[in-house]
Design a protein around this ligand. Structure first.
Ligand code: CA
Length: 235
């Protein structure tokens, strides 16, 4: 395993879960740092400079959301939120605060490892992207930001300005779940009662134009009740 250059900080107060995660990550070649309190985790961010954080939301000294808020003031480190909270608004609020991904307990080790790999990969791509590329590709989908053109294979896809803006926004954040409110505020500026519906209608048109069949997880994943995620290039 060649993961050992990656340091992962796990902030979790449940000893059983903490030790399970620690074992899984350690077995897979990651360096693991652990904290059972929010404050301790925040201190370890500066003292140990990890590459990724796996964060429980329900912590004894402070809410995990507070951890995200504080961390995001000066760091873009990937944060995977881990929580027993299955309610959609908790996922939405953690993602809106800047968490990169969300895993609901109970979860399998394969899922945890896949999410960790994905978050580390996306971060690496973002760090390398010092020269902004004007073309995004995902399989046979191509989005040219400068020309504002979309193509699937050799065929040009005719999209409206709004549809292009949505595709552009999702692709610039590929691999990351973007909540309804994040997309809406980026596209229309403000959110009102009809915004989510308007977004869903646009998204249905986009999917149709890209040749996606109903329910097909191609290019864009519909995270029910939360938002949308464009796949990253290696998924
Ligand atoms: Ca907990």
């Amino acid at each position: 395993m060649s993961n050992n250059k990656y340091k992962i900080l796990v902030v979790e107060d449940d000893r059983n879960i903490l030790s399970m995660i620690q074992t899984v990550l350690d077995t897979n070649g990651y360096q693991v740092l652990t904290a059972q309190r929010c404050q301790q985790g925040i201190l370890m961010l500066t003292s140990h400079v990890p590459d990724l954080v796996v964060l429980d939301l329900g912590l004894p000294d402070m809410d995990g959301e507070e951890f995200i808020r504080i961390t995001r003031r000066n760091s873009m480190i990937p944060i995977i939120v881990l929580s027993a909270r299955t309610e959609e608004h908790d996922k939405v609020s953690a993602l809106d605060l800047g968490a990169n991904d969300y895993i609901t307990k109970p979860f399998g080790t394969a899922e945890l490892l896949a999410r960790v790999r994905a978050s580390l990969r996306i971060n690496r791509i973002n760090l390398q992207a010092s020269i902004p590329t004007s073309v995004f590709t995902l399989g046979d989908l191509e989005i040219n930001y400068d020309r504002r053109q979309v193509a699937v294979g050799s065929k040009t896809v005719h999209v409206t300005q709004t549809e292009f803006n949505i595709l552009s926004f999702l692709s610039r954040h590929c691999g990351k779940v973007m909540t309804y409110s994040a997309i809406i505020s980026s596209i229309w500026g403000t959110m009102d009662d009809g915004s989510v519906k308007k977004l869903q209608v646009n998204m249905a048109n986009i999917r149709k134009k890209l040749g996606c069949k109903p329910g097909e997880a191609r290019y864009i994943i519909n995270e029910l009740g939360v938002g949308y995620r464009m796949l990253d290039q290696q998924e």
